[in-house]
Design a protein around this ligand. Structure first.
Ligand code: DO4
Ligand code: MG
Length: 256
């Protein structure tokens, strides 16, 4: 994947139009490798602004960033930590309030061109982020905090401004939360988010930029160990992950 993200969009388009070698049977792993980084955007939907202002001890930072020219962008994961469909996602032992964030992800090459779209689950601790915005990295970056779709759809095949994002959370075989939104509710153009990411940094193996959540469960809801998070984005497929609490399940050398 990193090699593909070192191509220009035109080169990739040409490559994908030719006959590709057949894939070998085997377990599919997350389509992120090498020096490719995962970044995320925040407070790009009204729903996210409202939920964060409600939970936060310092609410006005969310209001300000929603209105500002400069978006909130934060580092989410290096490649080796990223999970994919079927892998567990984590909730922290020291967190009391946890949610998935089902998001459209833009996959960007080394030249800053969007070449594909996929799904990202930006798992988040609301209790840690809500206590103090300076705790954001601990709320967002931990074992099992990031899972992405197994498949990428070439950007030229997708109308990314009109995709339905759905999530359901199952507990003991029952759906305990379900909701949906559309990317037409995204307050900022995706290419503007990408251009801010590339303003002050270089990504020799490209980057994924998750575009923020438009779905936040109600305040009384928190994920539990054993839940299953199921995210679907129209045209981009599905990402299903069981939830585990703490580090006990994350064995050494295991793909996260
Ligand atoms: O401001 C904190 C993170 C916001 C976020 O992850 C989102 O809006 O999706
Ligand atoms: Mg998010």
């Amino acid at each position: 994947m990193a090699e593909l993200l070192r191509l220009t969009r035109a080169e990739l388009q040409e490559l994908l139009s030719s006959d590709l070698p057949p894939t070998e049977p085997g377990r599919l792993i997350a389509p992120v490798d090498g020096r490719t980084e995962i970044w995320a955007s925040g407070v790009t939907y009204l729903r996210s602004r409202a939920a964060r202002m409600a939970e936060a001890a310092v609410p006005d930072v969310y209001d300000r960033v929603y209105e500002a020219d400069r978006p909130e962008l934060f580092f989410k994961s290096v490649a080796w930590r990223v999970g994919t469909d079927g892998d567990p996602v984590g909730i922290r032992d020291d967190s009391a309030w946890d949610v998935p964030e089902p998001e459209l992800a833009a996959v960007v090459n080394a030249y800053g061109e969007i070449v594909a779209y996929s799904i990202c689950n930006d798992m988040s601790s609301r209790s840690i982020e809500g206590e103090n915005p300076l705790y954001l990295p601990q709320a967002k970056v931990y074992a099992g905090a990031c899972a992405v779709g197994l498949f990428l759809r070439p950007a030229w095949e997708v109308d990314h401004g009109d995709l339905t994002i759905q999530v359901s959370i199952e507990r003991d075989g029952r759906v305990v939360f379900a909701d949906q939104t559309s990317t037409d509710q995204l307050a900022r153009p995706v290419d503007t988010l990408v251009s801010y990411l590339f303003r002050g940094d270089v990504f020799p193996d490209g980057a994924w930029l998750s575009t923020g959540t438009g779905i936040v469960p109600p305040e009384e809801f928190s994920l539990q160990s054993g839940d299953v998070v199921d995210i679907e984005i129209s045209g981009l497929g599905r990402l299903r992950n069981p939830v585990v609490r703490g580090l006990a399940h994350w064995g050494e050398g295991r793909s996260l």
